[in-house]
Design a protein around this ligand. Sequence first.
Ligand SMILES: Nc1ncnc2c1ncn2[C@@H]1O[C@H](COP(=O)(O)OP(=O)(O)OP(=O)(O)O)[C@@H](O)[C@H]1O
Length: 317
Amino acid sequence: MRTSSRGKIGSAIAIHLENVSKSFGDFPAVRNLSMEVNRGEIIGFLGLNGAGKTTTIKMLLSLLRPSSGSIHMLGSKVDAGNYKLWERVGYLEEATFYPELTVTENLDIARRMHLLSDRNSIARVIQQLDLGAHQDKQAKRLSLGNKQRLGLAKAMLHNPEVLILDEPINGLDPASVVEIRELLLDLSRNRGVTILISSHLLEELSKLVDRIGIMHRGQLIQDMKMNQLEQSLQKSLMLDGRNRGALMRILTEQGYSYAEAADGRLVLAEGSAIAQPEKLAELLVRTGQPPTHLSVVTEDLEGYFLRMIRTAGRKQA
Ligand SMILES: Nc1ncnc2c1ncn2[C@@H]1O[C@H](COP(=O)(O)OP(=O)(O)OP(=O)(O)O)[C@@H](O)[C@H]1O
């Protein structure tokens, strides 16, 4: 561990994992995971099924014990018996509740479990999660999206400083996704709540998080700020013409390398072609093969995610 970060645990760092691993029998579900999350930061945890996100979240919540490594939250060592810590942490693991009881009754049980005397906390989260119209409905009669809202309401009942959310936007319709995003942004920006959120949906996460951690086969293969991620997106030049064979010959003669896209168009990844597409266009006109299509395209976030995973897969193989 870097000694400087131990000193920071009580102040700017909300979540600190150091060399955390978890194996189930011989199977390493999480391997040597080290990460720091600052207070008030929103970090997105992204990975394919089985990447190790839920296992990590369960370790953060002390629902699973790491095989090795250490975890600190809000300056304290994570430990199931550390009740003072759990008063400051909220989580949505999966939306669990008593199906026969109403929304309000479910929240009242959660309130009593948190030993909160203030009954206003229920009205507050009902309002924050826009559950007013459903407060007297049995939980089993809620739509999937409203079940997620109830789960979030429970997680927020005690005004936690850290919120840990496993797939909170699953099952939400697009309007609800926007509302939940705005709510989480407000909690982070205006109340300094630290939020760790897992999802498969990079496009959606990217609108919310400050940082993104990509997990693959138990390892954190990327941990970067959103603005760094935007700079890491690959650009390529898409090219087409009436005679693709002739285009390929010209490109090869001129020392350009290319690949063929699924639709047969040519893709150039070279910096010079992307920086000065007009030079390539001039060359093709001069050689009697004017392009019918020429554009510089930026990789989308899903493309980036899949590229990172393929690269990590090759390294791990
Ligand atoms: N209790 C367990 N016993 C054995 N293997 C487990 C256990 N829990 C998880 N695993 C395995 O550990 C790996 C990581 O699982 P985990 O649930 O953390 O992935 P995930 O990234 O959350 O995936 P998903 O997006 O599907 O929820 C998977 O291969 C899973 O099968």
